[in-house]
Design a protein around this ligand. Structure first.
Ligand SMILES: NC(=O)c1ccc[n+]([C@@H]2O[C@H](COP(=O)([O-])OP(=O)(O)OC[C@H]3O[C@@H](n4cnc5c(N)ncnc54)[C@H](OP(=O)(O)O)[C@@H]3O)[C@@H](O)[C@H]2O)c1
Length: 345
């Protein structure tokens, strides 16, 4: 079965990664692209300032970019991947779901809503069945599924592994985030070259809330958020792609470095088409992972971890993920693959 896929916000940083990953995908076929009114009516080649180091796929280059509205996309799309600015997503995504479309979205709107699954398939695939609650409550024929923020995705799989092994009482994280995380018009070169910015608007709150929902448990009716305290400090640095994070955890049970490394290495992956063979790669070298060296591991879909140390109250470690691949486009596609596997599309 070929699954007909549309992309909302197809010209942006995440939209381009969606095209890169969907064009060779075994199940999904790109059949519609949308963007803002400035791009609508142009061919994709004319509308998009393509910034990925492969050519624009020929199957996409001459497609006409559409307006971002349910009436402007084909009726027979099986799934829509959304990479719109969150203010736009908040305005238009519910209309697509009401019109019967299944939307797998990157935008931050609605991630904390009680009836919206926020999923990283390897960590909390069971939360996807929150869609039954969503359909009952909202009366939608379609559905809305979210992936978390890129900085949250980077740390949550290692944290899930450590939570399973030792229990987590407290999580503290400081990030070093790449400029592509802000989208193409997010940070100017005058702001970021020879600089670091110790503030990313709203990012800290997203990491603190989303990680507790992701690590929570679902009883078939609602998600009980994890009760660990989470504190985040977010920093923008002049790397292009790849978020590096320093994480401290207070563990419930005593943890050793060896047992922690084993828990991370052995944390299970899935058999979905975009799943990495190994979810968390653990480095022994104290100066790894590094963005330039380690962000592309397993087509940018693996998480890298290292620098594991025991502390008085638990563990300290570093982790890294490619923010527009694992942290955004790849995350939405994995959710799409999960929706397909579970019969929601
Ligand atoms: N970058 C990351 O690492 C990352 C990671 C996780 C999540 N996200 C989230 O993913 C979303 C997209 O991020 P991005 O970095 O790809 O942003 P971006 O580069 O700024 O791209 C935004 C896209 O949305 C379209 N758009 C803007 N205003 C619109 C409107 N009024 N109506 C319809 N389309 C509109 C743009 O089309 P035009 O080209 O026509 O303006 C473009 O296609 C955001 O919600 C972001 O928070 C990003």
């Amino acid at each position: 079965m070929t699954v007909r896929a549309g992309i909302l916000g197809a010209t942006g940083a995440v939209g381009q990664r969606l095209i890169q990953l969907l064009e060779p995908h075994p199940d999904f076929e790109i059949t519609a692209l949308t963007a803002s009114g400035d791009s609508a009516g142009k061919t994709y080649r004319e509308a998009a300032k393509w910034r990925i180091n492969i050519p624009i796929p020929e199957t996409v280059a001459e497609m006409t970019v559409r307006e971002t509205a349910p009436d402007d996309v084909p009726d027979d799309l099986d799934i829509i991947f959304s990479s719109l600015p969150s203010s736009v997503g908040e305005r238009v995504e519910p209309g697509f779901c009401e019109a019967g479309y299944v939307v797998s979205s990157n935008s931050s709107n609605a991630r904390a809503d009680d009836d919206v699954p926020l999923t990283i398939p390897e960590v909390n695939a069971d939360h996807i069945d929150l869609l039954e609650v969503q359909r009952d409550e909202r009366g939608w024929d379609g559905a809305l599924v979210k992936n978390p923020n890129c900085s949250t995705i980077t740390m949550v799989p290692p944290l899930a592994a450590l939570d399973d092994a030792f229990g987590l009482d407290r999580i503290t994280v400081s990030t070093l985030q790449a400029v592509s995380g802000a989208g193409y018009s997010g940070v100017t070169s005058m702001e970021i070259i020879d600089n670091a910015i110790p503030h990313i608007g709203g990012e800290e709150k997203k990491m603190e809330t989303e990680s507790r929902k992701l690590l929570g448990s679902f009883d078939g009716a609602e998600v009980q958020w994890h009760d660990a305290r989470v504190d985040a400090s977010c920093n923008r640095i002049p790397t292009l792609d790849g978020h590096l994070e320093n994480v401290w955890t207070d563990t419930t049970e005593d943890a050793t470095v060896t047992a922690a490394a084993e828990a991370l290495r052995e944390y299970p992956t899935l058999d979905l088409p975009s799943s990495p063979d190994q979810l968390v790669h653990v480095y022994e070298e104290p100066d790894r992972p590094q963005p330039r060296l380690d962000r592309d591991k397993e087509n940018g879909m693996a998480i890298a971890a290292g620098g594991i140390q025991a502390t008085d109250d638990g563990l300290q470690f570093n982790c890294l993920a490619h923010n527009t691949m694992r942290g955004a486009a790849g995350a939405s596609i994995l959710n799409g693959e999960l929706l397909l596997e579970r019969g929601y599309i």
